[in-house]
Design a protein around this ligand. Structure first.
Ligand code: NAP
Length: 329
């Protein structure tokens, strides 16, 4: 096992991680950015971003590339690394183990690992995954050209991606379990006013139906009347939220009932030296703008934390007691 020592480890390279890398590089910190796949996070699953100030309409992939290039300009080492576990040694340093056995070691971490799309948990979902069931419109939308598509969910993702899917599907039916959407009004309007869109309200999916070729339809139940029905579709796009990616954490960190990590206003968590930003953080909204704002704060808080440690003569890594003390400064 080889240890790779740094001042700061940034885990995840979505907008929050890339922004953290930008600021860490700009502050000339000895930081490393670990990303499991291609940099960009949820941006890679987004067709168009129209709410990032200064960039009226920018493709998700284009913005991811711009953020990545911008972070690289400030010189932080970016490494492909699928994180297995994050633990601490007896000196309080974080040990971030990646596939292949390398262990990144640092007294501070900015954790921006985001979330994974939630599963509906109904029969047929696993069976037809990749055969009509999908969680990414931009990746799979084009496979359903001229076909009937169902979108499940009522939040920003369902409505925004539903509108995107109208360019491919002959009809896009949104199925929502309540009688009102939680999506932003502007997104709702764009979808609902589209000639190819339809909504089935107060309805849940009981089963995803199909044959050897893939999805053929949905078994539905009206939650008010109990009435059941079937909808004929070949594509099922599920957007019912995210589960925060916290499985790699080797010890308890305070979180909300949904598992999102709680922080104070400086992005500190219940573990000294462990800062969090982006979609994995417990907060009111999850936007690109909030992710980069939080990441900015997290890096400056981490820098201050490291400075406090150094001032205590602990440049080689903090003991948990000293780290705890530094946390309260
Ligand atoms: P979300 O806001 O959590 O919405 C999830 C939707 O799925 C809700 O409508 C919810 O219904 C429904 N749902 C949850 N579990 C379900 C189940 N088991 N069966 C059926 N329906 C279920 O998730 P999201 O839309 O993925 O958005 C995540 C975050 O990203 C949000 O903060 C959002 O604002 C942000 N986002 C922003 C944009 C943008 O600004 N352009 C785009 C995408 C995402 P209920 O309404 O009944 O709870």
């Amino acid at each position: 096992m080889e240890y790779r020592d740094h001042e700061l480890i940034i885990v995840g390279a979505g907008p929050a991680g890339l922004c953290a890398a930008l600021y860490a590089g700009r502050s000339e910190m000895d930081a490393v950015l670990l990303e499991a796949g291609i940099a960009g996070g949820q941006l890679l699953l987004t067709e168009l971003v129209d709410d990032y100030p200064g960039l009226e309409d920018v493709g998700g992939m284009e913005l991811a590339q711009k953020m990545s290039d911008h972070a690289a300009k400030f010189g932080v080492e970016a490494t492909q690394g699928n994180v297995g576990t994050i633990t601490r040694d007896e000196q309080g340093r974080f040990l971030v183990e990646v596939d292949g056995g390398d262990v990144y070691r640092a007294p501070a971490v900015v954790y921006t690992a985001g979330g994974t799309p939630k599963r509906l948990g109904v029969p047929g979902e696993e069976e037809f995954m990749g055969k009509g069931v999908t969680y990414c419109a931009i990746c799979d939308g084009a496979f359903f050209k001229g076909e009937e598509i169902a979108v499940i969910g009522g939040g920003d993702s369902a409505v925004e991606e539903g509108e995107f899917l109208t360019r491919y599907g002959s009809k896009v039916t949104l199925i929502h379990r309540r009688d009102e959407l939680r999506a932003q009004a502007v997104l709702q309007r764009r979808f609902l006013e589209h000639e190819k869109s339809d909504v089935i309200w107060n309805t849940v999916v009981e089963e995803i139906l199909g044959d050897e070729k893939g999805v053929t339809g949905l078994a539905l139940r009206d939650v008010e009347t109990g009435e059941t029905s079937e909808l004929s579709v070949t594509g099922v796009f599920i957007f019912i939220g995210f589960t925060p990616n916290v499985d790699v954490l080797g010890e308890h960190v305070d979180h909300d009932p949904s598992g999102y990590i709680e922080t104070d206003r400086d992005m500190r968590t219940s573990i000294p030296g462990f800062f969090v930003a982006g979609d994995v953080r417990s907060q009111l909204v999850r936007q690109i703008t909030t992710a980069v704002g939080d990441a900015t704060t997290a890096v400056f808080a981490a820098e201050k934390y490291l400075l406090d440690l150094k001032e205590r003569g602990e440049a080689e890594g903090a003991s948990p007691e000293i780290a705890q003390e530094a946390q309260t400064v």
